[in-house]
Design a binder for this molecule. Structure first.
Ligand SMILES: [Zn+2]
Length: 190
């Protein structure tokens, strides 16, 4: 994509943003948003991990993210975005991902028949260093999973197969029907 087109698309995304100084609120696509520091997300992650252990914290973050993903897609639907094909989905990921500051989100593969999708992103909010042994983007993966549940109209599960938090060049999650994902997870484990 040309640099000019990129700037134009970005501008289009930010045009949706409205700051009401009188009321002290920010809206986009007629929904209220919050500007929160990334460190607040980190504080939530740390607190959950300290109080409940890393495994439970992971599942909390994932489930909370998933609810967020459903909400994002509700907003996207109201704003007139469609999710029929690869192109539609790419444009939602690009516009909403960028607008909300979640990082650069891209649809890598989309199989509407099998109901699976592979999403890639960089600069996820949960990546604090590149030295971990396990993927760290539980919120982000949750958001994408919730979003895809709306698109596929069915319960989904997901796996983060690559993560910048463990030194990979980008993060990548495979999202799809739970049985498809557990088949994949078993395949990776063996
Ligand atoms: Zn990641």
């Amino acid at each position: 994509m040309s640099a000019i087109r990129k700037v134009r698309r970005l501008r289009e995304a930010f045009r949706a943003l409205d700051v009401d100084e009188k009321r002290g609120i920010i809206t986009a696509y007629n929904e209220r948003f919050l500007f929160i520091p990334t460190k607040l997300i980190h504080a939530i992650e740390d607190r959950l991990s300290e109080s409940f252990g890393p495994a439970t914290a992971t599942s909390f973050e994932y489930e909370i993210g998933r609810e967020g993903g459903v909400q994002y897609m509700r907003i996207a639907e109201k704003a007139g975005f469609k999710f029929r094909n690869f192109q539609d989905l790419s444009s939602v990921a690009e516009r909403l991902g960028t607008l909300a500051g979640w990082g650069k989100v891209m649809v890598h593969e989309f199989d509407p028949e099998k109901k699976t999708v592979s999403m890639r992103w960089t600069d996820g909010v949960s990546v604090r260093n590149k030295r971990g042994n396990l993927p760290v983007c539980h919120f982000g993966r949750g958001i994408l999973t919730g979003a895809m549940e709306t698109v596929f109209g069915t319960a989904c599960d997901s796996l983060e197969v690559k993560c910048q938090g463990k030194g990979d060049a980008y993060c990548e999650a495979i999202i799809g029907a739970p049985e498809e994902i557990s088949r994949l997870a078993n395949g990776l484990g063996s």
